[in-house]
Structures are given as structure tokens and as C-alpha cells.
Design a protein around this ligand. Structure first.
Ligand code: PMP
Length: 427
């Protein structure tokens, strides 16, 4: 049994010694002391079904034994030395990752987080294109550093500081978007934005294929194909942020961008790549990487032996356990059951997503699509009481984000939907 400090003691220390911007999800914050695959345990030993995976990070499962072994074995031999010396782990991992990429995306840079990956991608785009302007989508989340805050377009995360030349175009959101699912009109808006709002030249375009923090919003079909063409004609490069959508989570494809039939120039990743290790990566073409050779690009921990051994084990485990196909099967079962639930509960305005990247948007009025903020908050607490942890998202916090570790089973999906049904019936 757990013998550490109580939730109240942990909270008190956190309030005293950690920054006031930290937020916690539940009215009475949850004190998590152990994790095993798709389950988390609190201080009293109570088990929770984890349908949010530490914000879409624990891809293979909490404390997956094979990944744990890889990390432990490497830690005993050598934890750190940096890339100023040779070590096989970084090259082995980079090779394994490159084989997962389409086209000539084969040069890998390792960093420590999604924010760092997007920082580096933006630097590459600007150096390669010799332009400054970046285009991103409204409702996007790409990081919280002073320059990636510029790419992020959700006011909850943005400070009013100089953010460089960044343009946010209309979000191709099939549920709430101005042009519904019409990718042509959204693409026209982007073209207009380049024509009227920039010099006519841009550095690049960045998007998540399914917006994570924004509430599992899938881009209108055909959108990326159209805008990639427009952006490239304006001299820019196309960046896919795969921090949440990568590694088979969408079920149908290994990478989110493949669901839109495009090949980006730069791909950024983090979270699921490390199953919980602080790890991120940027993968690009030799041509773009070549521009970066004018100066040194160095990252002390990037590709460190322990993270490389762990990340490499993640790739192996995902393949060995066929997690992409599993996400497709469990995800379609989950979506089917959620859609049936939607027929019985008016509060469910939209059910969307792919594989194990799913969103349930709650509204008080289906026609007006009024965000059911208060109801979402009550249901969210109720789910926790019932032993189910989901994420919250969207600008108004009215979207449940269901993005569990990819070992999540059909039975787990049933339990989650039954809990949601019960909570909604009681609402
Ligand atoms: N991109 C996306 C799509 C994300 O969801 C996040 C994190 N929520 C980031 C980038 C930033 O990643 P990190 O928190 O590791 O810096």
C-alpha cells in the first residue's frame, strides 16, 4: 500500500512551491500514485480507467514492461553523454523512426517536448523559405513557449506578447466552422489571407490533422491537400504537428496527415513517441535539413541514450502489439456506441474522431450548438466518481476528449460509454 503524503499535503506543497498557473482537472484534485497499462491508482488504491493517457502521451500503456526494461537497462549502462560523443542508441532510434515516414522525410532531430519540436520546425521553415510569416489554424494548440504561443490560437493559453508574423486562418471545423465541411471554401480563405494579409510570400503552414486541445476537431476532408498546394506556391513549407495524432492512434494510418493524403515537408512529434518519457522529434527532408547546417543546432538532452532506448522500444512495442489495427477496431466500436448514445441524449451535439482520438461535444441546444459548459463540468466530475478519467477540451471546455493508452480494450470502451450513459441519465 501507498505510504506517501496525502492528496491534501501534496496539494499544499504544490500551491506553495509551484507556479500559480498550474491547473488541475477536478474540484478535489486526484492524487495518482501508480499506473499500470490503461489503469491509474490513487492513494487509497482506487482504480481508474484512464481514457486520457496523461494528455494523449502514454501510447503503449502506463509502465509497459518492455519499455521499462529498455529504459532500465540503458540507465544502468549510461544515462547521458550528449551527441558530442558517439552512441548507437540515437542512430538506431532515428533509423527506426525514419522507416515509419513516407517520401523523403528521413532526417531526424531529437528534442524534449512538443513545444521544442514546433519551435525548431518554425525556425527551419523560416530559414529554408527566407520568409517570416507563418500560417496556423484557429483553435490550434502548438505549444506554450513565447514563440509557439503565437501558433496556438486559443485565448486560454495566449499571453499578449510579441509573437512574430503569424496569421490564423478560418478553422476547417466540420461541426462549427463557417463553411461546414467544404474544404474548397476554407482553402479559398487561406489563399485570400496570403493575398491580402501577407507580402504574398510565407514561411510555412502548420496544423494538427485532428486538433487535440481544441477538442478532437478533425479537419474538413480534402483541406490539407488544397492548402499544401497554396502554401507551397507562396514559397512556404508545410508542417504537420503529429504530437497527438501520430503512432497509429487514428487507426487507419500511422500518421494523422496520411488521413488527408498529403506528405508534409516537416513533421513534429512528442507525447506518444516516449510513452511518458520527455521526448520529441522533428523529421524533415535532406534539403531542408541542409539549410540548418549553416550553424550548430544543439540540444543537450535531445536523443539522450535513455530516451532513445525508450523511444525505440515504443516503436517496437506498437508494431509487435499491432496497436494501429487495435486502435482502429476498438475506436470504431467506441464511436459506434457513442453515436448510439447520442440518439438517446440530446446533450450530445457531436461525436467525432478516428481510432482512439475521439471527441464528444456537449451542447444545450443542438440547433444553436450552445456549449453545455456547466453540464460538461458536472458530468466530468461524475465520470471520475464512477472511475473513468477523460479529458476536457475546446475553447469552452464542453468537449470530452477520449484518447486512452492504445492498449484500451472493447470492454474498457463499453465501461466508459455505460458510465457516460449513467451520468447523463442522472444529470
Ligand atoms: N502540439 C500539440 C498538438 C499538442 O497537443 C501539444 C501539447 N498539448 C504540444 C504541441 C506541445 O507539447 P509539449 O507540452 O510537450 O510542449
Amino acid at each position: 500500500p501507498y505510504a506517501g503524503p496525502s492528496a491534501d499535503e501534496v496539494l499544499e506543497k504544490r500551491k506553495k512551491f509551484l507556479g500559480p498557473s498550474l491547473f488541475y482537472y477536478y474540484k478535489k484534485p486526484l492524487n495518482i500514485v501508480e499506473g499500470k497499462m490503461q489503469y491509474l491508482f490513487d492513494e487509497s488504491g482506487r482504480r481508474y480507467l484512464d481514457a486520457f493517457a496523461g494528455i494523449v502521451t502514454v501510447s503503449c500503456g502506463h509502465c509497459h514492461p518492455e519499455i521499462l526494461d529498455a529504459i532500465t537497462e540503458q540507465s544502468k549502462l549510461l544515462q547521458h553523454a550528449t551527441t558530442i560523443y558517439l552512441h548507437h542508441a540515437i542512430g538506431d532510434f532515428a533509423e527506426a523512426l525514419a522507416t515509419k515516414m513516407p517520401g523523403n522525410l528521413e532526417v531526424v532531430y531529437f528534442v524534449n517536448s512538443g513545444t521544442e519540436a514546433n519551435e525548431l520546425a518554425m525556425l527551419m521553415a523560416r530559414l529554408y523559405s527566407r520568409n517570416l510569416g507563418m500560417i496556423a489554424l484557429r483553435n490550434a494548440y502548438h505549444g506554450g513557449s513565447s514563440s509557439t504561443i503565437g501558433l496556438t490560437a486559443l485565448n486560454t493559453w495566449k499571453y499578449s506578447i510579441p509573437q512574430g508574423e503569424i496569421h490564423h486562418v478560418v478553422n476547417p471545423d466540420p461541426y462549427r466552422g463557417t463553411f461546414g465541411s467544404d474544404a474548397t471554401r476554407y482553402a479559398k480563405d487561406l489563399q485570400d489571407h496570403i493575398d491580402f494579409g501577407t507580402s504574398g510570400k510565407v514561411a510555412g503552414f502548420i496544423a494538427e490533422t485532428i486538433q487535440g486541445v481544441g477538442g478532437a476537431v478533425e479537419l474538413a476532408p480534402g483541406y490539407l491537400k488544397r492548402v499544401y498546394d497554396i502554401v507551397r506556391k507562396a514559397g512556404g513549407v508545410c508542417i504537420a504537428d503529429e504530437v497527438q495524432t501520430g503512432f497509429g492512434r487514428t487507426g487507419s494510418h500511422y500518421w494523422g496527415f496520411q488521413t488527408q493524403g498529403v506528405i508534409p515537408d516537416i513533421v513534429t512529434m512528442a507525447k506518444g513517441i516516449g510513452n511518458g518519457l520527455p521526448l520529441g522529434a522533428v523529421v524533415t527532408t535532406p534539403e531542408i535539413a541542409n539549410v540548418m547546417s549553416q550553424k550548430i543546432q544543439f540540444n543537450t538532452f535531445g536523443g539522450n541514450p535513455v530516451c532513445s532506448a525508450g523511444g525505440h522500444a515504443v516503436l517496437r512495442v506498437l508494431d509487435k502489439e499491432k496497436r494501429q489495427a487495435h486502435s482502429a477496431a476498438v475506436g470504431s466500436h467506441l464511436l459506434e456506441r457513442l453515436r448510439a448514445l447520442q440518439e438517446r441524449h440530446d446533450i450530445i451535439g457531436d461525436v467525432r474522431g478516428r481510432g482512439l482520438m475521439v471527441g464528444v461535444e456537449l451542447v444545450t441546444d443542438r440547433k444553436e450548438k450552445t456549449a453545455a459548459k456547466a453540464e460538461a463540468a458536472v458530468l466530468f466530475e461524475k465520470l471520475r466518481e464512477l472511475g473513468v478519467l477523460v479529458g476536457k477540451g475546446g475553447l469552452h471546455g464542453n468537449v470530452f476528449r477520449i484518447k486512452p493508452p492504445m492498449c484500451f480494450t472493447k470492454d474498457d470502451a463499453d465501461f466508459l460509454v455505460d458510465a457516460l450513459d449513467y451520468a447523463m441519465t442522472k444529470l
